[in-house]
Design a protein around this ligand. Structure first.
Ligand code: ADP
Ligand code: ZN
Length: 604
C-alpha cells in the first residue's frame, strides 16, 4: 500500500514524503509539548496560591515563573520586578530554583529539530542510493537521478517524413541523419565524422518534435524524448545525473535518437541567469557537453536532436563542432506548405468536396503547423455540433476566427499592411541584387515568412562574405542592404523601423571599406583601428571617417533608389508575387521578371 502510493516516480513524491515528515513532527511537538496543560496564572493569583501554600515547585527564569501546584497542575506566570518574591516563596516552603534565561530554550524543540534534520538526510541518502536499483519502467519512487526521458520503441512511432508536410529543406537535411542511423557501418568503414547533434530552430508548433519523431520513424530506431526543463530540479546534481542516465540508456539502445525539447532551458550562456542560483543549470549543461564529447558516434550511433526558438541565448560551447554543429531551420509554413499541412490534417475528416484548401491556406498567413491542425480540429467540432455530415468552408471560417483569437495573445499574425510592407521590403533587397550582379551572394530565395521571435519583417539579407570581396562588390552589397528601406519609402512614402538590422550591416560594411581596407581615396590606404572601444586616432580623423562613411552610404542610397524607381514595374510584380507565394526561389523570380539568370546562379 505504502509502496503504491509512491509508485509514480519522480521528485514530486519526495516533496510529499518531506511534507508528511514535517507534518508528523509538527504534530509530535504539539503532543509532547511540555507547555501543554499549563495554566497561565495572573501574578496576583500566583501570590495568593503561594500564600495559601498551594504551590509545590517554582522555577524562576527572568520574569517567567513556571512550576507545579500541590495538586500536580502545571502553571506559569509573568512576574513584575518584585523583590519580595523570594521571601514569600521561602516563607511558604515552596521548592524554588532560578534558571538561566539564556539557556532556557526548550530542549524538546532542539531534539525534534535535530531528529528532523537527520530524518531528512536519511531520506535523501536512500533516494540517491537506490536510484541504481530502479528498473527502466520508471515504476519506482527512487528515480530521482534517473532521467525523466520517455522512451518510444520503433513499433510505437507512427511518424514518417510523409507525416510532415512542407518543411522540405529541414527534411532534406535530416535525410543524412536517417541514413546514418540506418547504415552506421557504411560510415564507420571510412571513419567518417558524422554529426552528433543538430539543432532544430523555429517557433513553437512548426513541427520540430514531429520532424524528430519522423527521423526515428524513418530510421526505425528508438526515440528518447525529454524537455530541457525536465533536467532542472531544485536539488543540485539531479539534472546532471539525469543527463548521465539518459545517455547511458540511449547508448544501450543505440542506434537511437535523443530529442531534447526547449534546450534553452539548460543551454543558456553560463553565468547569464538572474540571481546566483544557476549552479544546477550549469552543472547540467556541463554534463550534457561532457556526454556529447564522450561518445564514439560510430560505435554507439546516438544522435541528439534539440529544439529551440532561442538559438541566440544558447551557450556557444553547445554549438561547437562535434556537438550541435548543424542548425536546421523549421520556419512558419509558406502558402504551399500550409495547403499541404491542411491536407494532412483534413485527411481523416469528412470534408465538403467544395471546400478549397488552397483558399484556406491563403487566408491563414502566419499560422503555424499546430495552428492549422487546430483549425481543422475546431472546424470539425463546429460541424459536429451542428450535426453536419461534413466540414464546410463556413465552419472553417468560424474556426479561423476562434484560432486567431487565441493566437493574438501569444503571437501576432501579420496584418495585411505589414505583409505588404514586408513584401516590398524584401522585393527591394532582391531586385537590387538581381540588377547588380556584383553582389557577392547569388540570390537563393526570398521570403516574407516571419522567422524566429521577431514576427515582423524578415530580413533575408545574408551576412556579407567577409573574405575576397572587392570594392565593387562591397558597394553593391551596401546598395542591396539599403534596398529594403528604399522600396518601402518609394511605395508607401513612410519610414518604418523594420530596417534597423539592414542599416547595421550597410554601415559596418562601409566603415570596413574606409577604416580597414583603405578603399576611400580621401582617407587613403591606411588602417584606422579601433581598440577596445577607444579610437587610436584623433578627433579630427574620427570626423573625417564619419563624413566619408556618410558620403559613401548616401551615394549608395541615391543609386539604389534610382535603380528601384527605374524598375518600379518589376518591384511591383515581384512584391505582389511574394504576397501571393510568400517564398520564391531564384529561378522562379528570374522567370517572373524576365531577367537572364546570372552565370553563377545556374549552379544552384
Ligand atoms: P514544435 O515541436 O515545433 O513546437 P510540434 O512538432 O509539436 O511543434 O507540432 C505540433 C503539431 O502541429 C504536430 O503534432 C502536428 O499535428 C502539427 N504540425 C506542425 N507542423 C506540421 C507539419 N509540417 N505537417 C503536419 N503537421 C504539422
Ligand atoms: Zn531588410
Amino acid at each position: 500500500m505504502k509502496k503504491n502510493m509512491f509508485n509514480s516516480s519522480g521528485p514530486r513524491n519526495l516533496v510529499i514524503v518531506v511534507l508528511v515528515i514535517v507534518g508528523s513532527l509538527w504534530l509530535l511537538t504539539k503532543v509532547v509539548d511540555p507547555k501543554r496543560n499549563t495554566e497561565e496564572y495572573k501574578y496576583s493569583q500566583f501570590l495568593e496560591m503561594v500564600e495559601k501554600g498551594g504551590i509545590k515547585v517554582a522555577t524562576v527564569s527572568g520574569p517567567l515563573i513556571v512550576g507545579t501546584t500541590k495538586d500536580g497542575k502545571r502553571f506559569e506566570t509573568i512576574m513584575p520586578a518584585d523583590q519580595g518574591v523570594w521571601e514569600k516563596l521561602a516563607k511558604n516552603k515552596v521548592e524554588f530554583s532560578v534558571a538561566n534565561p539564556q539557556t532556557d530554550i526548550n530542549v524538546w524543540q532542539i531534539l525534534l529539530f535535530v531528529s528532523f534534520l537527520i530524518g531528512l538526510l536519511i531520506v535523501w541518502y536512500v533516494f540517491r542510493q537506490s536510484k541504481g536499483g530502479a528498473s527502466g519502467s520508471g515504476s519506482n519512487v527512487f528515480t530521482m537521478g534517473k532521467s525523466r526521458a520517455k522512451m518510444f520503441l520503433p513499433s510505437t512511432i507512427k511518424e514518417k517524413f510523409t507525416s510532415v508536410a512542407g518543411a522540405t529543406e529541414a527534411k532534406e537535411e535530416l535525410l543524412d541523419v536517417v541514413d546514418f542511423l540506418k547504415n552506421p557501418e557504411k560510415y564507420k568503414r571510412l571513419g567518417a565524422k558524422i554529426t552528433r547533434g543538430a539543432l532544430l530552430v523555429g517557433a513553437p508548433g512548426n513541427g520540430k518534435t514531429l520532424l524528430a519523431r519522423a527521423v526515428a520513424g524513418e530510421a526505425n530506431c528508438p526515440f528518447f524524448s525529454i524537455s530541457g526543463s525536465d533536467f532542472i530540479e531544485v536539488f543540485v546534481g539531479v539534472g546532471a545525473s539525469r543527463v548521465r542516465d539518459l545517455f547511458a540508456q540511449a547508448r544501450k539502445h543505440a542506434p537511437c535518437i535523443i530529442f531534447i525539447d526547449e534546450i534553452d532551458a539548460v543551454g543558456r550562456h553560463r553565468g547569464s541567469g538572474l540571481g546566483g542560483g544557476n549552479d544546477e543549470r550549469e552543472q547540467t549543461l556541463n554534463q550534457l557537453l561532457t556526454e556529447m564529447d564522450g561518445f564514439e558516434t560510430s560505435k554507439d550511433p546516438v544522435i541528439v536532436l534539440a529544439a529551440t526558438n532561442r538559438p541566440d541565448v544558447l551557450d556557444s560551447a553547445l554549438l561547437r563542432p562535434g556537438r550541435f554543429d548543424r542548425r536546421i531551420e523549421v520556419p512558419y509554413p509558406d502558402l504551399v506548405s500550409r495547403e499541404q499541412i491542411l491536407k494532412v490534417h483534413a485527411g481523416n475528416v469528412q470534408i465538403d468536396p467544395e471546400l478549397d484548401l488552397k483558399k484556406v491556406a491563403r487566408g491563414t498567413p502566419g499560422f503555424s503547423g499546430a495552428d492549422l491542425a487546430n483549425l481543422i480540429n475546431e472546424a470539425t467540432i463546429i460541424a459536429s455540433k451542428k450535426n453536419q455530415q461534413m466540414v464546410t468552408m463556413q465552419d472553417i471560417e468560424e474556426a479561423r476566427d476562434k484560432v486567431l483569437l487565441g493566437k493574438e495573445l501569444k503571437t501576432i499574425a501579420l496584418s495585411e499592411d505589414e505583409r505588404k510592407m514586408t513584401a516590398f521590403h524584401e522585393a527591394g533587397h532582391a531586385l537590387i541584387r538581381l540588377l547588380l550582379p556584383k553582389v557577392m551572394d547569388p540570390l537563393h530565395k526570398v521570403t516574407i515568412i516571419p522567422r524566429g521571435r521577431s514576427l515582423g519583417v524578415t530580413h533575408s539579407m545574408p551576412e556579407r562574405e567577409k573574405y575576397s570581396s572587392n570594392k565593387e562588390e562591397m558597394l553593391a552589397f551596401v546598395r542591396s542592404a539599403l534596398g529594403g528601406r528604399i522600396a518601402e519609402e518609394i511605395v508607401f512614402n513612410t519610414i518604418a523601423t523594420g530596417a534597423g538590422d539592414d542599416f547595421v550591416k550597410a554601415t559596418d560594411t562601409v566603415r570596413d571599406m574606409v577604416c580597414r581596407y583603405g578603399m576611400s581615396e580621401k582617407l587613403g590606404p591606411i588602417v584606422y583601428s579601433q581598440q577596445q572601444g577607444g579610437f587610436v586616432y584623433s578627433q579630427e580623423t574620427a570626423k573625417l571617417i564619419d563624413d566619408e562613411v556618410l558620403r559613401i552610404t548616401n551615394a549608395c542610397y541615391a543609386d539604389a533608389k534610382k535603380m528601384l524607381e527605374d524598375n518600379r514595374d518589376k518591384l511591383d510584380v515581384l512584391a505582389n508575387a511574394l504576397l501571393e507565394k510568400e517564398t520564391m526561389y531564384a529561378s522562379e523570380i528570374y522567370e517572373l521578371l524576365g531577367i537572364a539568370p546570372r552565370e553563377d546562379h545556374k549552379l544552384i
